[in-house]
Design a protein around this ligand. Structure first.
Ligand code: EPZ
Length: 422
């Protein structure tokens, strides 16, 4: 099991490229099931979750190639299975995103129910409710979602809460349904918008993406397309938190500052000096951060996927901050590990109170989930001495070569593959 070894204290300088967004690439890859024609996708990040998705698509009979340049060629003209098996779905809950496309194009699907995960129970009842509303005969059998439909029929669906992959699954089901579908209470995340833009390039008729009301006019079939995946706003935000904690002057290339309003506002309040261009962000930081209160919300509010990283910055702040996690019920797994580094954090239900300390001290810590891992890296960059982070397979799910990018910025960080640290 790989580890990261960080020697804290180095300020960060230089520039790095932001990768394509994992949470846009995952639904976009699944959209390849909606046509027999080739899909050419660029700026697809090289991540474990991406390779898991390509493996799953391969099991369904989709031809998938991921080139070294980040381009993925997909062709779903020989799909010979409609079942997403447990052993793949259990490693990545986003596998549920094949359900909508399989049902829309082939009229049936058998997808293993994703288990929960470290950050919460994360049910998929809204996905099921929405597909049933579109006319699918859908049930849970032996741990699988089993769905059938002659042809889905458009309708109005209002999800009980805003759900990102729920919106994406239902949008991909509706594009080939008969008639009009309205998704009310839809997710507005940039990754949902990116998926909609791809579907439109494939011939889908979609309006309102990016708002909470998406209107889809079903069409008979979709055709191939080319698409560049939007930049990863969470990876970019994570690197900005890193320079906030370690200090320095970095520039992120290939970024999408326009999709990062809430994060950039909080980072400026913490004391970062930011300059933004159309596709780049320069961040400078000197001295201790200021404490910043955070309340996670659906987009365009402050992203839950940035909560752990912002908390790491707050542990070093000159004062106390309050963080409220409103989206997931258990997204504070990083707190105990941050406390091992000397942070002072108290949790009361969904609320964490962070009393900033002047310095953190390096220690052995354990990653528990994807964004918790990033939070520990950020804290380790600022901690005095050495920090060893275990179980960084969590990090590799969502960050493309994070330690390579950080080393390019001057951080003292290395990957220990499989061997016990000295
Ligand atoms: C997506 O997960 C992201 N994953 C998550 O990113 C992100 O944290 C989350 O959206 C919120 O922004 C991908 O896009 C692949 P939800 P998703 O459905 O779609 C409840 C990361 O770090 N809910 O928007 O699974 C759910 O339990 C990952 O990259 C239901 O109750 O999240 C949660 O409390 C982690 N029933 C809330 O809604 C449902 O049917 C929001 O979940 C669906 C969701």
């Amino acid at each position: 099991m790989d580890k990261l070894r960080i020697t804290g204290g180095a300020r960060l300088h230089g520039e790095i490229a932001v990768s394509g967004a994992k949470n846009a690439a995952l639904p976009i890859l699944c959209a390849g099931l909606l046509t027999a024609e080739p899909l050419t996708l660029s700026n697809v990040p090289r991540l474990n979750d991406i390779s898991t998705t390509l493996r799953l698509l391969g099991r369904l009979g989709v031809h998938a190639e991921h080139g070294a340049d980040g381009t993925v060629q997909l062709r779903a003209d020989k799909v010979d299975s409609l079942e997403a098996p447990y052993e793949l779905v259990k490693t990545m809950r986003a596998s549920i995103l094949v359900l909508g496309p399989l049902l829309a194009r082939f009229g049936q699907a058998r997808v293993s129910l994703p288990g929960g995960c470290a950050i919460g129970q994360r049910p998929v009842d809204q996905h099921i409710k929405g597909l049933a509303a579109l006319g699918a005969d859908i049930s849970i059998e032996h741990g699988f979602v089993v769905a059938r439909a002659q042809r889905l029929k458009g309708t109005t669906i209002r999800t009980d809460m805003v759900t990102v992959t729920g919106t994406e699954n239902l949008m991909m089901a509706a594009v080939l349904a008969e008639g009009r579908t309205v998704l009310d209470n839809a997710a507005r995340e940039p990754e949902v918008v990116d998926l909609a833009e791809l579907l439109i390039k494939m011939g889908a008729r979609i309006e309102g993406h990016g708002t909470d009301r998406i209107v889809i006019e079903g069409v008979e079939r979709l055709h191939g397309a080319e698409h560049r995946v939007t930049p990863d706003r969470i990876e970019a935000g994570s690197f900005l938190c890193a320079v906030g904690a370690a200090g320095g002057d970095i520039t992120l290339r290939g970024a999408a500052p326009g999709a990062m309003g809430a994060t950039l506002a909080k980072l400026e309040a913490a004391g970062l000096r930011l300059e933004c261009g159309p596709d780049w962000i320069r961040a400078r930081m000197d001295g201790r951060p200021q404490p910043v209160d955070i309340r996670t919300q659906e987009y365009p509010g402050f992203a839950t996927d940035m909560q752990a990283q912002m908390m790491a910055l707050n542990t070093l702040a000159d004062g106390t901050s309050v963080i409220v996690e409103t989206i997931f019920e258990n997204r504070y797994m990083h707190v105990q590990e941050l406390c091992r580094l000397g942070a002072e954090i108290d949790i009361d239900g969904h609320t964490a109170v962070v009393r900033g300390v002047a310095r953190l001290s390096g220690a052995r810590v354990m990653a528990t989930d994807l964004r918790a891992s990033a939070s520990l890296v950020i804290a380790g960059l600022a901690a005095e001495g050495q920090t060893i982070i275990d179980r960084i397979y969590h990090l590799d799910r969502g960050y493309e070569q994070m330690e390579v990018k950080l080393r390019a910025l001057g951080a003292q960080i290395e990957r220990l593959s499989g061997k016990e640290p000295a």
